[in-house]
Design a protein around this ligand. Structure first.
Ligand code: V47
Length: 359
């Protein structure tokens, strides 16, 4: 095993092993790694790089899970805690709405008191008011919580929300699956196995989803590769994942604030290794909020084919020290992609190309 053997496998379309992944995680030869990731990106997405016109809604930051990496969460009654009534959620949606918007991205804390009906009604009202906008809402962790607070089964919750207008699930809450580290950074959160079970059930219920991994905190290189291999195994079974998004840990205002921000080297390496290990994922997303528009653009040369979207206002990473700003315009996103020599494709959540609305 070594770069030459990995190159041979990639060129032959053969699957990389756990050890190959670990080798790439540690190899000083970032350029060879990037070239291989670029080969796979081209094979899957040709010269196209994607972006979306979307808006984020974070309905509450009150959360019963005290994840140590999270600067967004508050306890009920704590300073800065908020929960939007459904009318406020609708106002927030209106604020983020723009002609031609394709997606509302909705993620929140695990609130101790809100009933399941709040979440169902949120989806139903948004869907009724914006039937053309895809609702990508609730991480696997939230879905598991809804099953617990409602007494319903997982499948039942998912089908019920789908009936109300839910389009797909975002990929958050995966963090790092390896139990040793998961226990240390988010001891109250559902296990990695349960996260995967929720996603398997969602895919079985006809809902597609994304997948993420939080890196750059206290996890090891082995744990990163283990995470990718476990996602790849589930994808072999269901085919329900659309995109993988490595999330760069931001330490500010968290319990892990003795850690550093991730480096450009690690951000780019993580994207390239993900592109190579996740041979059954169509898309690898370099979320510009997490790694800056600059690194996000460079990562298009290292395996990424998506830079997420306009976003409008993101609160989770911004609470933890993100410096990227809160929104990017369509023209800026397109410029970033064109400058990298690729064709910008404005997409919907399910990666269908969409036309810009007539001016
Ligand atoms: O699960 C929390 C992460 C996630 C921090 O599906 C942090 O397209 C960095 O789900 N530093 C929620 N990350 C966000 C999420 C998401 C984001 C972008 C794209 C998609 C998608 C989904 O945010 C959490 C956690 O992993 N997070 N705190 C932090 N301090």
């Amino acid at each position: 095993m070594g770069m030459e053997e990995i190159r041979r496998k990639v060129e032959a379309g053969e699957r990389l092993s756990f050890d190959d992944g670990l080798f790439l995680m540690n190899s000083p030869d970032l350029l060879s790694l990037g070239k291989l990731a670029d080969t796979v990106r081209r094979r899957k997405n040709r010269n196209r790089a994607h972006y979306i016109v979307n808006s984020h809604i974070n309905h509450t930051n009150i959360c019963v899970n005290k994840c140590r990496f999270c600067a967004f969460q508050r306890a009920a009654g704590e300073e800065g805690a908020y929960t939007m009534a459904l009318d406020e959620v609708m106002r927030e949606a209106e604020k983020g709405y723009a002609p031609g918007i394709s997606e509302f991205h909705i993620v929140g804390g695990l609130h101790p008191d809100l009933p399941y009906s709040y979440y169902r009604e949120m989806i139903a009202r948004l869907h009724e008011t914006y039937p053309q906008v895809h609702l990508q809402a609730f991480t696997a962790v939230e879905i598991d919580y809804f099953a617990r607070i409602s007494g319903m089964g997982l499948r039942e919750v998912l089908t019920d929300l789908k009936e109300a207008g839910l389009g797909s699930l975002p990929g958050g809450g995966a963090e790092i699956f390896a139990e040793r580290t998961r226990q240390r950074i988010c001891p109250d959160k559902i296990s990695g196995g349960r996260w995967l079970e929720v996603m398997e059930t969602a895919h079985g219920a006809g809902l597609r989803s994304n997948a993420t991994m939080l890196y750059g905190h206290i996890e090891s290189a082995e744990e990163r590769i283990d995470h990718l291999v476990r996602l790849r195994e589930l994808q072999d079974k269901t085919g329900g994942f659309m995109a993988f998004i490595p999330l760069a840990f931001h330490p500010l205002n968290t319990d892990l604030d003795d850690r550093q921000f991730t480096t450009g080297q690690l951000d780019i390496r993580m994207l390239a290794v993900s592109r190579l290990m996740l041979d059954n994922f169509d898309h690898i997303k370099a979320f510009w909020i997490m790694i800056s528009p600059q690194i996000s653009q460079l990562s298009l040369f290292f395996g990424a084919d998506d830079i997420d979207g306009t976003v409008v206002e993101e609160k989770i990473t911004n609470a933890a020290g993100a410096q990227s700003g809160k929104s990017l315009s369509v023209s800026r996103l397109e410029e970033m992609i064109r400058e990298a020599g690729m064709e910008p494709v404005r997409r919907d959540t399910l990666y269908n190309a969409v036309a810009a609305p007539a001016a």
